[in-house]
Write a protein that binds this ligand. Structure first.
Ligand code: TRP
Length: 335
């Protein structure tokens, strides 16, 4: 039985945080033995809005790899690789760019939102506007049929399938396969400030590599219900990130339900709930941090793992490229 192929990735622009953990890392760990999983550190994509900051991207390739291994992704079970070490992806992107219009790229909701957040407007780098196309290359190069993503990435999957259909229509054959988003069980964790999303630029993250003290400090400073002023006041659970985190991480569901009921009724202080959350998070993060610290002592071993993963990934992508070139009548020197 051949396993279903998965591709996912992260931009190496910072260390990974709890949002990544519940949003995708935990899922990847769960799927790593039942699927043929490619996990890409998207350094080329990171450069599309960090061209002036290559050192940041480079440093974070290692940080992200450490985060992967620390949460339990196994190098033997997955192909973990660096995007730029698979130049076939850039070549594929080049061919795909002809199958997409500028208007289509400008309409992409994910890109539009990011452009607004980053205040790019007319100064948007062409590479950034085109990153959904490069993402289509990432997915199709490995013939991935499943892409576990958050809801906000759905337009990327649509764009990918649009390219696949156009390609197969124009050039015939079935060099490329369509993919499906896997959004089930992908939870979005709010920021410690109560904002919808945890994001490094928002300064509302708890990182997998934070020290125990940092975690505690961040938990105790978390946003709660701003109208819950005195302990005896009834408090709101909805929109209260402390409870969202408990839902995501506390295995004692009955205990959480009790806390919620008590909080809603009044008489339960924020500090008590935060202390519980701190306990729960420390228990989740402690083994991750210990493993990460251990692995961080030998960065060369991590880089070697990435080199091997990238070599393996390149072989697979090269095979797809061969078929793509053939379909596009670019196979000049057949032997
Ligand atoms: N866009 C993803 C991120 O921001 C990274 C990524 C690059 C990716 N190529 C991909 C994710 C292909 C899924 C599929 O982290």
């Amino acid at each position: 039985m051949t396993k279903t192929i998965i591709l996912t990735g992260d931009r190496p622009t910072g260390r990974l945080h709890l949002g990544h953990y519940v949003g995708s890392l935990a899922k990847r760990v769960e799927l790593q033995h039942s699927h043929d999983q490619y996990i890409m550190i998207a350094d080329m994509q990171a450069l599309t809005d960090n061209a002036e900051n290559p050192e940041k991207v480079r440093t974070n390739v290692l940080e992200v790899a450490l985060d992967y291994l620390a949460v339990g992704l196994e190098p033997q079970a997955n192909t973990i690789f660096i995007q730029s070490l698979v130049p076939e992806l850039a070549e594929l992107t080049m061919y795909y760019l002809n199958l997409v219009t500028v208007a289509q790229l400008q309409r992409n909701p994910t890109v539009k939102t990011e452009m607004q957040q980053k205040e790019m407007a007319a100064n948007v780098p062409a590479g950034f506007l085109c990153y959904p196309v490069s993402q289509a290359a990432d997915i199709t190069a490995f013939r991935a049929t499943v892409v576990p993503v958050g809801e906000d990435q759905l337009p990327m999957i649509e764009q990918t399938n649009d390219i696949v259909r156009k390609f197969n229509n124009l050039y015939g054959g079935s060099a490329l396969v369509e993919c499906q988003a896997l959004t089930s069980g992908v939870v979005r964790l709010p920021g410690t400030d109560g904002k919808a999303k945890m994001g490094k630029s928002l300064n509302n993250c708890i990182y997998l590599s934070d020290t125990a003290e940092e975690v505690q400090k961040k938990v105790m400073a978390m946003y709660t219900d701003p109208e819950h002023l005195r302990v005896e006041d009834p408090g709101k659970v909805e929109g209260n990130p402390v409870f969202a985190y408990l839902d995501a991480f506390d295995d004692d569901k009955a205990g959480v339900a009790e806390l919620k009921a008590h909080y809603t009724k009044g008489g339960l202080g924020d500090v008590v709930v935060k202390k519980r959350l701190n306990e729960v998070l420390q228990a989740v993060l402690e083994p991750i941090r210990t493993k990460r610290d251990e692995l961080a002592k030998d960065p060369q071993a991590i880089m070697e793992m990435l080199r091997q993963g990238s070599e393996k990934a390149e072989k697979v992508a090269a095979q797809t490229l061969l078929e793509v070139r053939k379909a596009m009548r670019l196979d000049y020197f057949k032997d």
